[in-house]
Design a protein around this ligand. Structure first.
Ligand SMILES: Nc1nc2c(c(=O)[nH]1)N[C@H]1C(S)=C(S)[C@@H](COP(=O)(O)OP(=O)(O)OC[C@H]3O[C@@H](n4cnc5c(=O)[nH]c(N)nc54)[C@H](O)[C@@H]3O)O[C@H]1N2
Ligand SMILES: Nc1nc2c(c(=O)[nH]1)N[C@H]1C(S)=C(S)[C@@H](COP(=O)(O)OP(=O)(O)OC[C@H]3O[C@@H](n4cnc5c(=O)[nH]c(N)nc54)[C@H](O)[C@@H]3O)O[C@H]1N2
Ligand code: SF4
Ligand code: SF4
Ligand code: SF4
Ligand SMILES: [Mo]
Length: 904
């Protein structure tokens, strides 16, 4: 192989001879050699701005007196630079003098006192007072309307870091420069109040502001230097943003973005402002509770654990291990999940263990494993959002559900990527898209078949890739021959040209990833929808290489991990099959016990089995199916039918109310462990504060239960659990805490201690050998609108609240932005029904009826409506349809039929 050499440049900085790569800026060259040049406006992720003039350095023999801005000037051979001589320092003093002349100097009151670059540099350059007296016109111009942060223009130094972050990284463009002279200030466009602007409250502007101009409201109560920073992983979505928790006196007082591979110093509103308040919430469960005569009574751990073990053991003896089941918590760590499924398999003696992936991305796990050999995202977040030609986004409301990935998609579009959105709703990203195919919900399979029809007919398929790397092509081709754009357009209720144009754009692009989410999976044809994603990518050879692939965005912070850890009725840890007798033998040896070889029930099968009396005992670890499973009355009935229910929770949830014993769990901020994000990246979480009351680590509770049931299990620490995982899961063999602490993260497969991990899967060969094409006919959703229930209802999420709101709902600012349920309805339909925006309406289906408020607009198309499932008033799952995909047994949350009427 030819050795590639980077050209270098040698220069002198403050008398030191240094050699750096060609094209390096002076600022970076100095930093690389331990010399810090002061700067106010510079942001390392963005192009130099050169506006603050603090980074002035002198270039010997240079033009204009030799002063240049180090952030924008580049190195040249033989250059001689001074970063600290008198000329340079005087120029910086002048910059500071001007800034101070227009600055409200109430440092003592300022939330950023002690954490302010203006303060730091003023001290360093001896500029304690301005020489421009009497020019500033103080006024009271603060904007305190945002629920999380305040803006004081009189503390603004016009560095434009906030506006550049908002525009170029968050992709939102809220803040701009207004007015002139001494009145010049940064503010939301048109001088609107912050809460009236299009601001998403991500707080990224606050995080980069160097003064107290933009400061979080919480920051008024502490000084940053009096806090300890703990690096951890955000506990909400599967993006896996790295975050530093700020801790003071055992309480988390704030959160700051860190430079993680998935987020590179960005956070969304939930990570920045809603990831810590719930931890110290006064209504956390702190002690075990036993239900006696219908009332929960505090109990000792010993009493509660003995009761649980006795009850489960008796049920096992009377009805067999298959009468017991466990739902695991994909909000919690890999280590907790591993121990939970081990408890169910060894002590309960059944494979009835599952996690919320069942109602979320189980179709992905099954569909991708079947076609490609592995059910995970093929590429990395950075890879599919940097330097790609086209992004095909299907059924993912990325800017709300995976906001930091959404921001990276917006950045990609700014850099020239073309975005195709396939979604029945006008999601925010349609504004950034080249094409929006507003196909009716439930028609993905038809649409993809239609696109493949066009690709094949127009000779755009990658025949070489098909021949060398795939099987099953002929049957698929024969099937899609029938799916002409005209026929498909009718099914999807769009125009044939849209299908043709989208197919051409995707097929002809050099690099083009498919990114998808629940709009594909949560259907009675969810697995088929996922297999269609594989079909499409393989047809054009866009898989197994950079900037391409099939990329499901996994929902929960550790749902990827809960699946990897074997919280599945079909799989042991690492997707080793229960159905395979060799796997059973392997785990019997590893765990030194006899195991049940029978495949277990999915969580969606456990509930009806409980109603039938076949499941008698259930252990729910951190899930709230009363709120989140479809058709609540069935779930209630199932939980009431159980002989014994244990719920291990942070809070008294609606599901916990049905328990016989409630155990207090501990949150992400109170324990060590790992989460695996959507791109298969294993990252650490670290204990920031002590657990509340008598709460114990979740895995320790499972060990106690298993031991009391006769299977002895103990671990000293999560890292010891990871060591066991590495032994039994070949794709985790190279994972341990030491490596994670040194490298920051590892992406599985990681098969040995010198394996750096796998950013892109299926390179050269698919995990299953050849990729498998599937011929998939379109089948309509199971319940479609009719005369009685004339509207197609889809359900999903919104930016501010997260699932049941167990965590986000305990942050006041979040509730200020979103505190009640609503139904999106097209204004034509609303007009016809005599409904105005904000009106109370009744929504009914064959399952029941709820009341909510109308959100009238054009986000949904006519005859369709959309609700989130976050709010207890009008919980949409009272009326969703409990019908399932045959393969993954995932519910059809995305389509059911409803009627709507105004409530007078
Ligand atoms: N703010 C916030 N973020 C979250 C969560 C949250 O509750 N709140 N939850 C997390 C979890 S658990 C998950 S799984 C993810 C989910 O993340 P997403 O799947 O992105 O979220 P959803 O809103 O459920 O649905 C996504 C989109 O699918 C579209 N859709 C519905 N039916 C169809 C269809 O038939 N075809 C197509 N092409 N599109 C369709 C909807 O209009 C919607 O815009 O979000 C995670 N992130
Ligand atoms: N209509 C409709 N319904 C849906 C969906 C939809 O799109 N539409 N989406 C579905 C999807 S994708 C999902 S993932 C499910 C989510 O459904 P759930 O998993 O039921 O929802 P969460 O709010 O995430 O609940 C997690 C619970 O875990 C607890 N918890 C968090 N961390 C820990 C911990 O470390 N230890 C312990 N012991 N407990 C902890 C929290 O307090 C919370 O009560 O909802 C599904 N429901
Ligand atoms: S508000 Fe802060 S970040 Fe924005 S320009 Fe002013 S000082 Fe800079
Ligand atoms: S909070 Fe986020 S969206 Fe709002 S102005 Fe700041 S960067 Fe922009
Ligand atoms: S994008 Fe997801 S992981 Fe990142 S801060 Fe927001 S909720 Fe947390
Ligand atoms: Mo999910």
């Amino acid at each position: 192989m030819m050795e590639t050499k980077t050209a270098t440049v040698t220069l002198t900085i403050d008398g030191q001879t240094v050699t750096v790569p060609e094209g390096t800026t002076l600022l970076k060259a100095a930093a690389m050699n331990g010399i810090e040049i002061p700067t106010l406006c510079h942001l390392k992720e963005l192009a130099p701005d050169g506006s603050c003039r603090m980074c002035m350095v002198e270039v010997e023999g240079g033009r204009k007196g030799g002063l240049v801005t180090a952030c924008s000037a580049h190195v040249h051979e033989g250059m001689v630079i001074h970063t600290q001589n008198k000329k340079v320092r005087d120029s910086r003093r002048f910059v500071l003098d001007l800034l101070l002349s227009n600055h409200k100097l109430d440092c003592f009151k300022c939330p950023s006192n002690g954490d302010c670059k203006l303060q730091d540099y003023s001290l360093e350059y001896g500029m304690l007072e301005t020489s421009f007296h009497g020019q500033r016109q103080p006024g009271n111009q603060q904007d305190t309307t945002n629920p999380f942060f305040d803006y004081d223009p009189e503390k603004c130094i016009m560095c434009r870091r906030c506006s550049r972050v908002c525009q170029l990284r968050q992709g939102r463009d809220v803040i701009s420069i207004a007015k002139r002279g001494f009145d010049t200030k940064m503010m939301p466009a048109y001088g609107e109040d912050w809460d009236q602007s299009i601001c998403e409250s991500c707080g990224n502007c606050v995080s980069v502001c160097l003064t107290g101009a933009l400061a979080s409201k919480d920051q008024q109560k502490f000084r940053k230097w009096a806090t300890t920073k703990i690096r951890t992983t955000c506990p909400h979505c599967g993006t896996g943003c790295q975050v530093d928790l700020l801790v003071k006196n055992n309480v988390i007082v704030g959160a700051e973005p860190a430079d993680g591979p998935a987020n590179r110093n960005l956070l969304c509103v939930k990570g920045k402002f809603a990831s810590y308040k719930f931890v110290a919430s006064g209504d956390r469960l702190t002690t075990p509770l036993i239900k006696r005569q219908g009332q929960f009574v505090p109990a000792s751990w010993d009493e509660a654990l003995t009761l649980i073990a006795d009850k489960f053991t008796a049920l096992k003896q009377n009805y067999g291990g298959n009468s017991l089941a466990g739902f695991s918590c994909s909000r919690s760590t890999n280590e907790d999940n591993y121990v939970f499924q081990k408890m169910v398999r060894t002590a309960f003696g059944s494979n009835n263990v599952d996690n919320c992936a069942r109602v979320c991305h189980s179709a992905t796990v099954h569909g991708l494993a079947h076609t490609l050999g592995s059910g995970a995202m093929t590429n990395t977040i950075a890879d599919i959002t940097t330097d790609v030609d086209v992004i095909l986004l299907i059924g993912s409301n990325t800017t709300e559900a995976h906001p930091v990935i959404g921001s990276q998609i917006r950045q990609a579009v700014q850099h020239g990527t073309k975005l195709i959105v396939i979604d029945p709703r006008k999601i925010d990203l349609t504004k950034n898209s080249t094409m929006h195919l507003q196909a009716k919900a439930g028609t993905n399979v038809a649409l993809i078949n239609g696109m493949m029809n066009v690709i094949i007919r127009e000779g755009l398929a990658d025949q070489d890739f098909i021949a060398k790397r795939t099987e099953g092509y002929t049957a698929m081709r024969e099937l899609v021959a029938d799916y002409t754009p005209e026929k498909v357009a009718k099914i999807c209720e769009i125009e044939p040209e849209e299908i043709i144009n989208a197919a051409r754009l995707y097929a002809k692009a050099g690099k083009a990833p498919i990114i998808y989410c629940l709009g594909v999976t949560e259907h009675s044809t969810g697995t088929e929808g996922v297999m269609s994603m594989s079909n499409l990518a393989m047809l054009v050879g866009k898989i197994g290489r950079p900037g391409c692939g099939v990329n499901p965005l996994r929902g929960q912070n550790n749902v990827q991990g809960a699946c990897d850890m074997g919280c599945s009725p079909f799989d042991f840890p690492g997707y080793q099959k229960v159905a395979d007798s060799k796997t059973i033998a392997k785990f019997e040896k590893a765990w030194a016990t006899k195991l049940n070889p029978q495949i277990g029930l999915t969580s969606t099968q456990v509930l009806p089995a409980a109603t039938r009396g076949e499941i008698k005992g259930l252990y729910i670890f951190g899930e709230d199916p009363i709120v989140t499973d479809p058709d609540t009355s069935h779930v209630r009935h199932a939980l009431e039918s159980l002989d014994f229910l244990v719920v291990q929770e942070l809070f008294m949830t609606e599901t916990a109310a049905y328990a016989d014993v409630i155990l207090p769990g501990i949150s992400f901020a109170e324990k060590d462990g790992t989460f695996t994000n959507t791109e298969r990246r294993i990252q650490r979480i670290r204990k920031a504060v002590a657990p509340r009351g008598g709460a114990r680590e979740d895995y320790k509770v499972f060990c106690e239960v298993a031991t009391r049931m006769g299977y002895s299990m103990t671990y000293d620490s999560p890292s010891q659990i990871m060591a066991e995982i590495a032994q039994v899961v070949p794709t985790f063999a190279g994972v341990n805490y030491k490596r994670l602490d040194i490298l920051g993260s590892l992406q599985w497969p990681c098969r040995s201690l010198d394996d750096p991990g796998t950013p892109i899967m299926h390179v050269g060969q698919f995990s299953r050998g050849r990729g498998l094409f599937m011929a998939i006919p379109y089948k309509p959703a199971k319940e479609l609108p009719d005369a009685t229930y004339p509207y197609l209802m889809s359900t999903g999420r919104m930016l501010y609240q997260y699932n049941t709101r167990a965590m986000t709902g305990r942050t006041a600012g979040i509730n200020k932005l979103a505190n009640h349920s609503y139904i999106e309805i097209n204004y034509e339909d609303a007009n016809r029904l005599g409904i105005k925006d904000g009106d109370k309406v009744q929504v009914s289906s064959r399952r029941g009826k709820i009341q909510t408020y109308a959100a009238v607009g054009d986000q949904v198309m006519q005859s369709s409506v959309f609700m989130t499932f976050h709010f207890p008033d009008g919980n949409v799952n009272e009326i969703t349809n409990p019908v399932f995909d045959d393969i993954a047994i995932i519910p059809e949350y995305k389509v059911c039929a409803v009627a709507i009427e105004p409530v007078k």
